[in-house]
Structures are given as structure tokens and as C-alpha cells.
Design a protein around this ligand. Structure first.
Ligand code: FAD
Ligand code: GLY
Length: 362
């Protein structure tokens, strides 16, 4: 290849922003940046949306998840952004995302817990719980009714994001692994990838549970096993979020049941005990599950960060922005993450100490 060939290839690979990782976080940021006029490329080693994004239950549940302090504000703000975010995505992609403000029942199973929680403004008795959702298990003594928590079908959402990204002419390099981030002092110079060297003005790290393979950041995988059953009667119309399992009914009759929480590295596969635990717990809170056919089992890796707070914003490199560590709530946190990271880049904020999570107040 002559020198002009090399220059042409390098120019062809230039882009304003290069997003590493095509999960919900990378896709959402890429779309928001593209809508602000940036020229965006996503580099994804697999197929976009097949990491934790695909494995999740899709609950939008800052309250049921019992987030606290700044993180609760962050989650509530993102939940509030959801209706408009989904409407805009549906307009862009022409695809449904299974967004459903169905509310969440968080049952109380122990008498001692019931006494502790009975003064809570969202507490309802067993009888009132049964009015919200029939056929609850006898173990349920009462519950918290959280009408503003809900769900989205995370797999449909990922598909819609990918379609929208393509329609916005975002360049998507699937099947392309980033091996190494090339650096010179406080700047990223290029990425070494399975498709060769890639260069950009800015880089965004959205690699979820696999972040440590590229930078020594405190992110670790926390495995979650899941399964689904099929409810031909479609009687379950509320998410049930119990202490050690949750049950998420989709509008097509699929019921998603999750999830184990395993600090076990990237150990692959479902285990008999993991699935048995989920089945036993879910049948005790919603007995009709016992007769439903199992339709799928799967697992995924949540990107855990210290204090369960995502790493967002400045990194040790002036042109690399972090968007990782969304742990149990990355589906919920996607709209606000996309907005904050886009504002951070577009406004050119240089303050490394700015805490993007804490700056959100409801
Ligand atoms: P991912 O979706 O994992 O995407 C990261 C991407 O980066 C992957 O596609 C990966 O292939 C790619 N990548 C990594 N390294 C490289 C590399 N070197 N080169 C190129 N590409 C790379 N959240 C909720 O809000 N509600 C829920 O109900 C919920 N339930 C969950 C249930 C389970 C079992 C699990 C596992 C998670 C759940 N979550 C939930 C959490 C949520 O799924 C995650 O927080 C979210 O998906 C993180 O998104 P992400 O884009 O950062 O990561
Ligand atoms: N947010 C549900 C889970 O991570 O299992």
C-alpha cells in the first residue's frame, strides 16, 4: 500500500466520538451525541445489546431497588425521563419497546418486617395487595405499592436503539474487539482493535462488566441467573419485587423471573441450584408459576462499581469519558446517563472532580 493509501485509510477511520461498547449505555450515548451533531462510531466486540442489556429484567425501579441519597434522585430523574425518551425512540425507530408503567408490589414476608414497614406511606395490607394483584401467595403479609416504578422490555429496547442508531448513520462496528487503549501521557491516541488501529477526537468507555480488561478501574462482574415462564392467562399484571426474587410480567404473557447475585467472576452458565432457588422463591409469592412452562434460562454480568454508583464523566485521560458501572440499574439509568454524558462532552467540561451523579436533584 502506498502512502496515499495509508492516509486515506486513517482519514476514513477518523471520527468525532468513538464509543467502546454497544450495550444500552453505549447505544444511548451514541444516539444522544449524534442528535447533537457529533459524528459517532460504536465499537462492539459481539452484537450490540447482547451483554447485561440483553440479560436484564428491564425494571425501572429506583424505589423497589431501595436506592438511597444521590443515587435515588438520579434514578427517579431517569425514570421521569423515560416516557419522553421512549416516545422519541419509537418515533425514530418505528419499534415498540414494551414500556409499561405497571407499578411494582414489594411484598413483606416476615411479621417483624411488616411491623417495621407498616407506617411507610406506600404500605398496603394483604387485602389491599390482593386488590392490586389477585392470586398472591399466602406468605405475603402486606406490601409496599410503588405505582411509579415500572418496566421496559430491555431486549426490544436494545433492538430499537440499534435501529435508531443505524438510521442516524452512526457507524456500528460489530464483531470488533478493542484489545488496548493507546495513550500518550494524559491523552488517548488510538485504539488497537481486531479491525486494526482506530482513531478519534474523543473516546467513551461503555464496556460494562468487562471494563477492567481495558483500564484498571474498580468494576467487577456480579452474575445474575434468570429464567422465564409463559402465563397463558396473563393474570399477572404487576411486577412483584420480593426480597430474594422478582417476577416481571411482559404484555405478551412471558414472565421474567430473577435473579441470583453471585460474586464469582465471569463463571458461565445456569446452575441447578440457581434456577431452583428462583423457582422456589417465585412460586411461594405467586403460586400459579408452578404450572407454567419454562421457556428460557439465561445469565448475565452486572457491572458493579464501588458503593453501586456508576463511574460517569472524566477519566485520567483528557479525551476519554467514562460511562460504566451501572450495576443493577443500567436500564433505568440509560436516559439520564446519555443526557449527562452528552452535556459533559458538548459543554466541554474540563473539571475532573465534577460528580455527575450527585449533581442531579429531583
Ligand atoms: P452491557 O450491556 O454489558 O454492554 C457492554 C458492552 O461492551 C457489551 O456488549 C460488550 O460486548 C462490550 N465490550 C466489552 N468489552 C469490549 C471490548 N474490549 N471491545 C469491544 N466491546 C466490548 N438494570 C435495570 O435497570 N433494571 C433491571 O431490571 C435489571 N435487571 C438485571 C438483571 C440481570 C440478571 C443483570 C445481569 C443485569 C440487570 N440490570 C438491570 C442491570 C443492567 O442490565 C446493566 O446495568 C446495563 O445493561 C449495563 O449496560 P452497559 O451498556 O454498561 O453494559
Ligand atoms: N435490577 C435487577 C437485578 O439486577 O437483578
Amino acid at each position: 500500500m502506498n502512502i496515499w493509501g495509508i492516509i486515506w485509510i486513517e482519514r476514513n477511520k477518523m471520527t468525532d466520538v468513538l464509543v467502546i461498547g454497544g450495550g444500552i449505555i453505549g447505544l444511548s450515548i451514541a444516539i444522544a451525541l449524534s442528535q447533537k451533531g457529533a459524528n459517532v462510531t460504536i465499537v462492539e466486540r459481539d452484537i450490540c445489546g447482547r451483554g447485561a442489556t440483553w440479560a436484564a429484567a428491564g425494571m425501572l425501579a429506583p424505589e423497589a431497588e431501595r436506592l438511597e441519597g444521590d443515587l435515588l434522585d438520579f434514578g427517579i430523574r431517569s425514570r421521569e425521563m423515560y416516557p419522553q425518551w421512549i416516545a422519541s425512540l419509537m418515533r425514530l425507530s418505528g419499534q415498540d419497546c414494551g414500556y409499561w408503567c405497571c407499578g411494582i408490589l414489594a411484598p413483606v414476608l416476615e411479621e417483624s418486617d411488616r411491623q417495621l414497614i407498616s407506617e411507610h406511606p406506600h404500605y398496603i395490607s394483604r387485602e389491599e395487595s390482593l386488590k392490586r394483584q389477585s392470586d398472591l401467595g399466602k406468605s405475603i403479609l402486606g406490601s409496599l405499592w410503588l405505582p411509579e416504578d415500572g418496566q421496559v422490555n430491555n431486549r426490544k429496547l436494545a433492538q430499537a436503539l440499534l435501529t435508531a442508531a443505524r438510521l442516524l448513520s452512526i457507524k456500528i462496528l460489530e464483531g470488533t474487539t478493542v484489545y488496548q487503549i493507546g495513550r500518550d501521557r494524559d491523552r488517548v491516541t488510538h485504539l488497537d482493535t481486531s479491525a486494526g488501529k482506530l482513531q478519534s477526537d474523543r473516546y467513551i468507555l461503555a464496556t460494562g462488566a468487562w471494563t477492567r480488561s481495558l483500564l484498571p478501574l474498580p468494576i467487577k462482574p456480579i452474575k445474575g441467573q434468570m429464567l422465564s415462564v409463559f402465563d397463558g392467562d396473563r393474570k399477572l399484571q404487576k411486577v412483584i419485587f420480593a426480597q430474594s426474587c422478582y417476577i416481571v410480567p411482559r404484555q405478551d404473557g412471558t414472565i421474567v423471573i430473577g435473579a441470583t447475585v453471585e460474586d464469582n467472576g465471569f463463571s458461565q452458565g445456569n446452575t441447578a441450584s440457581g434456577i431452583a432457588q428462583l423457582l422456589n422463591k417465585s412460586i411461594s409469592v405467586y403460586p400459579a408459576i408452578a404450572d407454567m412452562p419454562i421457556t428460557e434460562t439465561w445469565w448475565g454480568f452486572r457491572p458493579h462499581a464501588p458503593n453501586e454508583v456508576p463511574l460517569l464523566g472524566a477519566s485520567d485521560f483528557k479525551n476519554l469519558v467514562l460511562a460504566t458501572g451501572h450495576y443493577r440499574n443500567g436500564i433505568l439509568f440509560a436516559p439520564i446517563t446519555a443526557k449527562l454524558i452528552t452535556d459533559f462532552i458538548v459543554d466541554g467540561i474540563d473539571d475532573e472532580s465534577i460528580d455527575l451523579v450527585a449533581q442531579v436533584k429531583t
